[in-house]
Design a protein around this ligand. Structure first.
Ligand SMILES: Cc1cc2nc3c(=O)[nH]c(=O)nc-3n(C[C@H](O)[C@H](O)[C@H](O)COP(=O)(O)OP(=O)(O)OC[C@H]3O[C@@H](n4cnc5c(N)ncnc54)[C@H](O)[C@@H]3O)c2cc1C
Ligand code: SF4
Ligand code: SF4
Length: 836
């Protein structure tokens, strides 16, 4: 730009979405204020918001919290912001734009950041009430209003956005189907095997996946009732979310005579100029090199390119890597680089573990030197590092399979698996164009000491957020290199460990997640801190878990485990496995009345499967009236204390193992903890209760009880270790109290007792010193805290059953007594089981 320009350059931006906003942010940051005059028109009623995290709206994040910058920000930066104003025409000859309000304004440079809208295929009946798209906050409001009338939702589209919409449908408590036209899920990111693994995972979470299905019609009198498919099949649904792709908003450009692509999108060159050199297009409306980029990072790079060029610099947009990582309902999915590399030019290494639902594929160059791309399903922990390995052309180790299998002797580490081995130019945050060198220098020069500081200082991690784990790794590795202490924080939203947060909650009498986040954290929270805080609150205050419903996972939100087919299980407590004939009859009657499948579990109780959400309060009311209470099978809390028949009936029994198991189970029932807890009591060394495979196991001896702790079954079995011998009953309870409370206060989220002990410096000997010898001087506190938990216990289901407002949360379908048609069962061995 010429320094002779006296008049400020008039820049008009059409569209105030994420990219339009980023353009303004970059422009005001780089330009001399007197040289520019910015006017922005946005059709939506609110300033730009974070569309990438739109789904967080369903879990309680407000529209304000999603806002990129408040309206005051625009005013402070002399940006003339017109909200709720649609630009209806562009006159390229006179360089003016006109809005629906009749307002006209002239420009020197015009930026089209009009984004895209949801593509709605021309299906018969798609205009019916109950069909939604998933793009704006208003779309979400409309769905939330409609959802209570619905029971079953279908999402048309099994791509990235479709699966995001499916998560939203599950969160709204709906039985959810995904209808995909292609033969696999996320067809742009996954191969057949990856899609199959993802499909299984989603199905195990209760979502029905239909592949190779083309919807031909949507049927219904007034609203949606049924979908018809090309193969002749049909599906009864009462809500549909169309998520079949995006359609660039190029209507204005077409009207103005600008060139567009054959299948839509405003044609731009490498400088992002349209066919009119004074008009630029950026974000999802721009068609560059035959590509419409449906991701935010390329849009941000486009914004940066145009800002640079407008201010006299030189930058070209050279296309963008489409690698993506997303967490779908707790399932990691990622694809990076050339995910589908052809066998003619590369070779692939595949790792599959069907039991754990993990699929990993990496594609390696023909000469074996470089990683060219890959796919990860079920475990995308090393996604960032693999992506960096591709982007920085890092030479692979001799055994490249170590990259996905884990190192067998340091090969992966030496090949660059560690973040510090990346070159300084490695782009860590592609949304904000921040390199490893940029990040590390803010740490080494002392400017930043935590992730929040780095985000503020460099903007890394403030776009889609995918690079935050890597920023965290870089921070820790750099601090370590500098010989500084690395603080273990819960996540980027809190600068505290779980234990510190627990103290903060207690000392400051904090009763809600929002209060804790507001006063001691930052941002909106995430999937790590929300459940961790939920657990902290529960184990500190012992209040009804539903008070914190928005931060609980689905199981805790409905106080029931979701099962295959989208139904829930009902599990009353049967302490120690002991039950009267009268109570057994009640279970039988309830199961028969509601047609529930019954099974005796390994924890010696009876699970009832196949209940609909709306049936849960009624079922529990009947059980509670008969003297049952919640078995907490859904919570990270004590499950069962298994027992053998012990001295009462067994001729080898030394003590009353059943009585002791009941006492222990009733003492710790409902106790929320970092992970589930299981116990066992055996009446002699023959160990019929398998107590040594539990978090705590008690075995009768001639002189009392032996106490074993920190064992578990499950995927990684570990025997419990002997903690103390020949204890009397009261001492055994006292040690158990302290052990459990110490675990609750110090373990990281989702660490079972065995993992907690494995990580503990000093191991069992240290634990013995803390619990038996009170080496930390905390035993009085531990005793008092456990006593509080025991005395304040209340059955959660009883509270729900007696509270009409809480019952309401389970009553989505109360108006329709017939069973949900999409939940289908078949008979098997005299009971019903779900048809998947
Ligand atoms: C549910 C969901 C999840 C997503 N998840 C991810 C993800 O995980 N990672 C990722 O990278 N991307 C994700 N995306 C995509 C990402 O949100 C988009 O790439 C990004 O928002 C595009 O920004 P944009 O500014 O180009 O367009 P938009 O955000 O669509 O903004 C364009 C704006 O322009 C306005 N407008 C259009 N025409 C006019 C006019 N004539 N006059 C005035 N205003 C007008 C529109 O109303 C809109 O507000 C997701 C999108 C959705 C919907
Ligand atoms: S553990 Fe011992 S007491 Fe208990 S049932 Fe078995 S043999 Fe009998
Ligand atoms: S072991 Fe547990 S998690 Fe696995 S299938 Fe059986 S019940 Fe389900």
């Amino acid at each position: 730009m010429s320094s002779l320009v006296a008049q400020p350059q008039r820049i008009v931006v059409i569209g105030n979405g994420m990219v339009g906003y980023k353009f303004c942010e970059k422009l005001v940051a780089k330009a001399q204020p007197s040289t520019i005059q910015i006017t922005v028109f946005g059709e939506e009623p609110r300033p730009a918001y974070d569309r990438v995290h739109l789904s967080a709206y369903f879990s309680g994040t407000s529209a304000e919290e999603l806002t990129m910058a408040p309206v005051e920000w625009y005013a402070e930066n002399n940006i003339n912001l017109h909200l709720g104003e649609l630009v209806t025409s562009i006159d390229a000859a006179t360089q003016t734009v006109t809005t629906h309000k009749g307002e006209s304004i002239s420009y020197d440079k015009l930026i089209l950041a009009t984004g895209s809208s949801a593509f709605v295929p021309p299906i018969n009946g798609v205009e019916k009430e109950g069909v939604f798209v998933y793009r704006t906050i208003e779309d979400l409001d409309a769905m939330l209003e409609y959802a209570p009338k619905a029971r079953t939702a279908a999402v048309i589209g099994g791509g990235l956005l479709g699966l995001e919409a499916a998560k939203a449908a599950v969160d709204m408590g709906l039985t959810t189907h995904v209808i995909e036209f292609a033969s696999r899920l996320m067809p742009r990111q996954l191969d057949e095997a990856g899609s199959e693994m993802l499909k299984r995972k989603l199905e195990s979470l209760g979502i029905s996946i239909h592949l190779n299905k083309s919807t031909t019609a949507i049927i219904g009198e007034t609203g949606v009732e049924k979908m018809l498919f090309a193969d002749g099949s049909e599906l009864e649904v009462d809500m549909i979310i169309v998520s079949a792709g995006i359609k660039p908003r190029d209507e204005l450009a077409i009207k103005a005579g600008l060139a567009v692509g054959p299948r839509g999108g405003i044609l731009v060159n490498d400088a992002l100029q349209t066919s009119d050199a004074n008009i630029y297009a950026i974000g999802e409306s721009a068609l560059h090199g035959g590509m419409i980029y449906g991701l935010v990072a390329p849009g941000y790079d486009m914004a940066d390119t145009v800002v640079t060029n407008l201010l006299g610099g030189e930058k070209t947009f050279k296309g963008f890597d489409m690698s993506t990582k997303l967490k779908l309902i707790g399932v990691d999915v990622a694809s990076f680089g050339d995910a589908f590399a052809s066998p003619a030019t590369s070779r692939s290494i595949v790792f599959e573990d069907k039991a754990k639902g993990i699929y990993k594929r990496i594609n390696i160059s023909e000469d074996g030197k470089y990683l060219v791309g890959g796919i990860l399903v079920g475990d995308a922990g090393n996604y960032n590092m693999l992506l960096q390995t591709v982007q920085n052309k890092i030479i692979l180790p001799q055994d490249p399979e170590d990259l996905i299998l884990g190192s067998r002797g340091g090969a992966a580490e030496s090949a660059g698996a560690g973040v510090m081995s990346l070159p300084d130019e490695a782009l860590i945050c592609s949304c904000e164009n921040v390199s490893k060198g940029d990040i590390c220098s803010t740490i080494t020069d002392g400017t930043c000491t935590d992730v929040a500081g780095i985000k503020k200082c460099t903007k890394a991690g403030t776009g889609c957020g995918g690079c935050v784990p890597m920023v965290n790794d870089l921070l820790n590795a750099t601090l370590k290199q500098m010989g500084k202490e690395v603080k273990k924080v819960l996540c980027e939203h809190f600068d505290y460990s779980r234990q510190e947060l627990l103290d903060i909650v207690k000392v400051n009498n904090i009763r809600s997640y929002d209060e804790l986040l507001h006063n001691h954290g930052r941002g909106d929270g995430c999937e790590v801190c929300k459940p961790a805080v939920a657990s902290i609150m529960a184990s500190t205050w012992n209040e009804l878990i539903l008070k914190q419903a928005t931060i609980q996972d689905t199981n805790d939100r409905y106080l029931a485990n979701i099962q295959k087919g989208g139904t829930y299980s009902v599990v009353p407590r049967i302490a120690g496995g002991e039950i009267t004939p009268e109570k057994l009859i009640v279970i039988g009657q309830v199961a028969a009345k509601y047609s529930l499948y019954t099974k005796i579990t390994g924890g010696q109780r009876i699970d009832m499967f196949g209940a609909r959400i709306d049936q849960l309060p009624d079922i529990w009311e009947e059980l509670i009236n008969a003297g049952f209470e919640s078995g907490h099978a859904y919570g990270k809390s004590l499950r069962t204390v298994k027992s053998c028949v012990g001295s009462t009936w067994c001729r080898y029994g030394l003590h009353d193992s059943v009585g002791f198991a009941i006492r222990v189970e009733e003492r710790y029932r409902g106790l929320r903890s970092p992970h589930k807890l299981k116990g066992g009591v055996s009446g002699c060394v023959r160990e019929c209760a398998e107590a040594q495979s539990k978090d705590f196991g008690i075995i009768a001896t001639e002189k009392g009880w032996n106490l074993y702790i920190c064992g578990n079954g499950g995927a990684k079995p570990q025997h419990a270790q002997l903690f103390a011998t020949d204890l009397d009953t009261e001492t055994c309870i006292k040690y158990l109290d302290r052990f459990l409370m110490f675990y609750i206060k110090t373990a990281e989220p989702l660490n079972r007792t065995a993992t907690w002990l494995n990580k503990m410096e000093g191991g069992m000997e240290y634990l013995r010193q803390v619990i038996v010898e009170d080496s930390l001087g905390i035993c009085d506190d531990l005793d008092r805290e456990m006593e509080f938990m025991v005395n304040t216990y209340a059955c959660e289901w009883k509270e729900v059953v007696n509270n009409p407002e809480l019952r309401q949360r389970f009553q989505h379908f109360i108006n329709t007594p017939e069973p949900d048609p999409s939940i289908r069962f078949k008979p098997e061995r005299g009971q019903k089981v779900p048809v998947i």
